[in-house]
Design a protein around this ligand. Structure first.
Ligand code: ADP
Length: 234
């Protein structure tokens, strides 16, 4: 469970999150929508302690993220908007192994996780390929594999479709759908709800650092007007 308790956060005295509270249950597929600048990325970065609340608390599985950063980073896998910024190694397998290596796991366990994570994103057996030679969609999938290799309870993704063409977008979506079906919680920030709405259990939409809409997709859809969210054509 990820829980925000009255979280406020400001960049240089400019308030971005204002006493924001919300709870995301294990296994839920949640879409985080809202206009550019509404605070989605700032919210996501609190989920694993990349940012720390000025006031309030973020808890992962009932433990404060600020008190146990390592536990939070093991439970919450993050995929950033530009996967290129996330890679630390030149090749696919080495990059996906990086997180588990930092957990200090045995080599056999690391190898098992890398294999399973690459399998989960349809990149099995491509360990030795250079990341910079992959397409954008493949790079996104490697970034997701890197997060999965930590075997997180929650996968948090920030606009993962940026720069992806339609086939790549579909392949990433199919992977998210399968992961969600297997019980991984997904928190996906996007300003474009087309295609993804059908996968979600819940839509949270932000406005000015606050939760403006929170509910099942069929209810939320009618309330998104004025939030600069792209919705499916009716
Ligand atoms: P979103 O992800 O919804 O586009 P962000 O969380 O990125 O929103 O940004 C929310 C607000 O915080 C915006 O007004 C943005 O300009 C500001 N902001 C984001 N990152 C920084 C930063 N590093 N320094 C100063 N202001 C920032």
């Amino acid at each position: 469970m990820i829980e925000f308790r009255s979280v406020s956060y400001a960049f240089d005295d400019v308030p971005v999150l204002g006493e924001l509270s919300l709870t995301i249950d294990d296994g839920e597929f949640v879409l985080l929508a809202g206009a550019n600048g509404s605070g989605k990325t700032t919210l996501l970065r609190h989920c694993n302690g990349l940012l720390t609340p000025d006031t309030g608390q973020v808890l992962v599985d009932e433990t404060s993220v600020a008190d146990d950063l390592i536990a939070a980073r093991s439970s919450v896998g993050m995929v950033f908007q530009h996967p290129r910024d996330q890679f630390v190694s030149a090749t696919v397998g080495a990059d996906v192994a990086f997180g588990p290596e930092n957990l200090g796991l045995e080599r056999t366990e690391i190898d098992r996780r890398v294999e399973a994570a690459l399998e989960a994103v349809n990149m099995a057996g491509r360990d030795d390929e250079r990341i910079d030679a992959l397409s954008g969609g493949e790079q996104s999938r490697v970034a997701i594999a890197g997060a999965l290799a930590m075997e997180p309870t929650h996968l948090v993704l920030d606009e993962p479709f940026t720069g992806l063409d339609e086939p790549a977008r579909r392949s990433v979506l199919a992977r998210l759908e399968a992961l969600s079906a297997d019980g991984t919680g997904v928190l996906l920030a996007t300003h474009d709800l087309r295609d993804v709405l059908g996968l979600a259990d819940r839509v949270i939409a932000m406005r000015d650092g606050q939760v403006a809409v929170d509910g099942p997709p069929e209810d939320a859809l009618g309330e998104l007007e004025g939030l600069e969210v792209r919705v499916p054509d009716r």
